[in-house]
Design a protein around this ligand. Structure first.
Ligand code: KIV
Length: 254
């Protein structure tokens, strides 16, 4: 797609129903993101979600997909300690869920793990910039790569990811100019989230895009629906109908 100049569309899904809708709507890539930890499980960060939980989500997603590429996040603590553990975690995801690739956060510090996984035949997508699994190291979810040292490191990390064989990388919440500089220094696809438009594709969290969540309002987010309020409205009308005994009516009974 990058060679053909076609932008890549990517969205998250954590379950069968949404995955089927996204696939039928022709999304290019479905990410079983560890944002499931916040969005689905209600945790404050992505740190607590486990490998078993990610596999459960990924299995449900894969069942709803006929054509999209399914990428699954390796959760925090399943690939950082050593390459063998990283490989074991990636193999579990591939064997138990039927997904097509894994994604993991970090640059040079996780390159041995990435190499080990790729050498076993598993495609790896990288993730640079804001890496939410390291929230306790950074302390904030602010834009990354704003100073020169961090920007230079990010470019060097992207070059490393490409050199060791990642098929693409996510760039999260970095200045658009930095993403442009990365694109000048690499050839593999860059998928941005809050990284501007000089990248090869965009990813958003589906629940944000359709307005199921309404407390998360970063500048990069475009909401296409307001499902939070639509659902509240539908539920209120249902409650009223139950209380007033107008539901069920004659046509809704056996
Ligand atoms: O977990 C996730 O949803 C992600 C995207 C925000 C890229 O990693």
């Amino acid at each position: 797609m990058k060679k053909n100049g076609e932008k890549i569309s990517m969205l998250t899904s954590y379950d069968f129903t949404f995955a089927k809708i996204l696939d039928e709507a022709n999304i290019d890539i479905i990410l079983v993101g560890d944002s499931a930890s916040n969005v689905f499980a209600g945790n404050e960060t992505t740190v607590p979600i486990t490998l078993d939980e990610m596999i459960y989500h990924a299995k449900s997603v894969v069942k709803g997909v006929k054509r999209a590429l399914v990428v699954v996040d390796l959760p925090f603590g399943t690939y950082q300690s050593d390459p063998q553990e990283a490989l074991r975690s990636a193999i579990r995801i591939m064997k138990e869920s039927g997904a097509h690739a894994v994604k993991l956060e970090g640059g040079i510090e996780v390159s041995e793990s990435i190499t080990r996984i790729i050498n076993a035949g598993i495609p790896v997508m990288g993730h640079l910039g804001l890496t939410p699994q390291s929230i306790y190291k950074f302390g904030t979810y602010n834009v990354r790569g704003a100073d020169k040292a961090e920007a230079d490191q990010l470019i060097s990390d992207a070059q490393d990811l490409e050199r060791i064989g990642c098929f693409a990388t996510v760039l999260e919440k970095i200045p658009a100019q930095l993403a442009k500089n990365v694109s000048k220094k690499t050839k593999f696809p860059l998928i941005g989230i809050g990284a501007g438009n000089h990248v090869d594709g965009q990813v958003l969290v589906l629940h944000d895009l359709i307005g199921l969540t309404n407390e998360f309002n970063p500048r990069f987010l475009r909401r296409y629906l307001d499902l939070n309020n639509s659902i509240k409205d539908a539920v209120s009308r249902y409650i009223d109908d139950v209380k007033s005994e107008s539901f069920p009516n004659k046509d809704e009974m056996y």
